[in-house]
Design a binder for this molecule. Structure first.
Ligand code: ASP
Length: 339
């Protein structure tokens, strides 16, 4: 009798745990106390629209790498976005040259740099990853490859971008200026953003990342920043997490920023603390330059915990999971107005 009662009590307890689990599952498809995914995060406020496109892939149980490619194609196509893709500002010679890279959960990666005439560099990076034995194609080789893969070339310099370039030519003394695109508006305003870096953790707990940009406005022809460089603008290690960056790419490359963030997470730092430490490295090496420029890192770990840190105020990132949709979070930072 005692045994039977105990059995019934245990069964009831098990049933109620099962009921809780079922309702938790119904409410929030994959999230458990330990893990929070699927989830997608991306840099700046234009990440909100990009995350929505990525979420459509994730909520159906799709792969993180497919989600991030779909996601960053949104700002790449946005005619009002002068820092990513189709409508990006040109270099100092009037050429729009685009950079992008992508990385999946198996350590596969693809990248294109200084590519002209192709509106969606992220999808060319994906094709480099999937269809070639290489990681990176640049310049005319990247353009040729895209065309061979059936992508139609088009002239990318929009009338607005052309007008901005012509205006710049009048005063610029033909020299590239770091963060020129941001100096037209107050630092931290809605115009103060550059690259989209996106990180997703899918329903299986696998990570994918993408990063795409038109780079520093009015840069020297042939200049490539951090965004298409695996380890600098983006890095994924499916055992640990992923990281991406935005801002002045030269400083990110010098510190192999995204790889550094992932390695710091491997050593036990939280995503935010890892980003903070990477920013501190930039400050330590070049304190005077660090006050004048923007760099931001964004990271996620295998549990779906995320965080960010930037040199300057104004950096923000967008988060989308089954609880938070369209959420924009202000990044923490070291300097306000360069001080
Ligand atoms: N990180 C990119 C670059 O340096 C663009 C940016 O975010 O400003 O090309």
């Amino acid at each position: 009798m005692y045994n039977r009662r105990k059995f019934l009590k245990l069964s009831a307890a098990t049933a109620s745990v099962a009921a809780i689990s079922r309702s938790a599952i119904a409410k929030n498809l994959y999230t458990t106390a330990e893990n929070k995914f699927p989830i997608v995060i991306s840099t700046w406020d234009f990440g909100i629209a990009a995350n929505k496109a990525a979420w459509k892939v994730l909520e159906k149980g799709g792969r993180a790498v497919d989600a991030v490619e779909a996601g960053v194609r949104i700002p790449e196509a946005d005619m009002k976005n002068h820092t990513v893709g189709r409508a990006g500002y040109p270099d100092r010679d009037g050429f729009v040259t685009l950079d992008a890279c992508i990385m999946d959960e198996n350590g596969n990666c693809g990248s294109v740099a200084a590519m002209e005439d192709i509106a969606h560099p992220i999808s060319v990076a994906r094709l480099v990853m999937d269809k070639t034995p290489h990681v990176m194609l640049v310049g005319d080789g990247a353009r040729q490859f895209a065309i061979e893969q059936g992508i139609k070339p088009e002239k990318l310099l929009t009338p607005e971008s052309r007008a901005a370039w012509k205006k710049w030519l009048k005063t610029a003394k033909y020299s590239p200026v770091m963060n020129i695109e941001n100096q037209q508006s107050r630092q931290g305003s809605k115009y103060n953003h550059d690259t989209i870096g996106m990180l997703a953790l899918d329903a299986k707990g696998n990570i994918g990342g993408a990063c795409t940009t038109s780079g520093m406005a009015f840069k020297m022809h042939g200049r490539v920043g951090d965004s298409p460089i695996i380890g600098a603008g983006l890095y994924i290690d499916n055992e640990v997490g992923g990281a991406t960056s935005t801002g002045v790419g030269e400083e990110v490359i010098r510190n192999v920023g995204s790889f550094l963030v992932v390695e710091l997470m491997r050593q036990g730092l939280s995503p935010e603390d890892a980003c903070k430490e990477a920013v501190q490295r930039i400050i330590k090496k070049k304190p005077e330059i660090a006050k004048q420029i923007q760099v931001g890192f964004l990271a996620i770990n295998k549990k779906g915990e995320y965080g960010a840190y930037a040199l300057q105020d104004g950096f923000s990132f967008a988060v989308c999971d089954s609880n938070k949709q369209d959420t924009l979070i202000p990044g923490k930072y070291f300097y306000k107005d360069g001080k």
